[in-house]
Design a protein around this ligand. Sequence first.
Ligand code: GAP
Length: 453
Amino acid sequence: MSASTHPDVMEKLVSLCKRRGFIFQSSEIYGGTGSVWDYGPLGVELKKNIKDRWWNSMVRLRDDIEGIDAAILMHPRVWEASGHVSGFTDPLVDCRNCRKRFRADDAKIKGVPGQPDAQCPACGMKGTLSEPRMFNLMFRTFMGPVEDTASTVYLRPETAQGIFVNFVNVQQSTRQKVPFGIAQIGKAFRNEITPGNFIFRTREFEQMEMQFFVDPDSDHMEWFEYWRAERMKWHEALGLDSSRLQFHPHGADELAHYARAAVDIEFDFGGSLGFQEVEGVHHRGDFDLGRHQEFSGKKLEYFDQPANRRYVPFVVETSIGADRATLAVLVNSYREEEVPGETEGRTVLGFHPSLAPIKAGIFPLVKKDGMPEMAHRVANDLRREFPVFYDESGAIGRRYRRQDEVGTPYCITIDGQSTEDSTVTIRDRDTLEQTRVSADSLATVIRERIAGS
Ligand code: GAP
């Protein structure tokens, strides 16, 4: 992590997200559930737009990647094979006084946990912190009516394993040839000890993962380099400021024991959070397929017919959190600015238009003279192609501000001239420029502006 020159906007974002219906605390009326969040009407659209962009670029626009949707609950042996039962742990210490829990390496702990001089960062008591013990981050539950160990199952802590166990099913049903990939988007669960920073680290989240299977005798590092570059381009195309993006290559001490190479794509979240991982690109060798082969007793090989060769492919993985990407987009888009000629400033979520939950606000200038009727007609026309929002309440300036704050890129006003010559004005969220266009051409104008931005 490195320090940021960008301001910390997290508190303001949390408040805006609640007020405008992007993100709410889960079970808020019961006091909330720790680090679990619900997406409201605008948040669900924003996150869906981000997931759609990922799915389109990784699956729809390529002929060498297939999509799947594997179940969250998997055979418990999967997690033994993957190493999660034995190794997906964090060192944890408890305070005997205030009962709070911390990661043993939490920088806020003064002294050595378990020793009399160690001080609890929450209640400040000395000598109350336990010795570190390993804590497994997987959520455990029971399948079937009998709560015995035979029926223990886990909520998946990553979506990747659903891809590995389906490698042969997908390859044989699609007749894909190596190199090819399998992608999926889905929920993952981790009982994080130190979650926080809004939706940055949560206990329930969504991952967008892709496993790319390559010949171990080919130049597989080239694929690692390829995916590293491709994924960075995707983040830039989301509209994330390139000066806020960087690679963090893993050194030998950071690499997972099975990884041959790994790099994080980091985004600068501002303030003290600074640059943090949004996505990981990992060269996992044949670790996962090899382990599942060993634990299941089933061959997970690829048969290269022309070369008459059988092998377990190597895997280059790209793994990004949908919620963390959503947070990066929100942070990147948030700005407060003066408006020329106006005393009140404005708050803007400057989303890339393709990500904006609402594409156009539709406003009759006044609630009479046929303007609301025409505005409804315009809104109903556009709604077939884009999410739009009809608003006739309050001064026009306020209506603009309300749409700026939720990132709506275009506002359409129906005024006195509109009912006479069937033209409307379209205002651009960022330049504030207003142009008059014919009402009939609106869908085309908006479509072209989104595509061109
Ligand atoms: N299959 C590899 C894997 O799961 P990871 O680095 O543990 O790798 C990948 O996770 C991505 O998932 C991270 O870069 C992050 O975006 C997201 N992620 C992981 N834990 C998360 C959490 N507790 N809350 C939100 N997102 C998380």
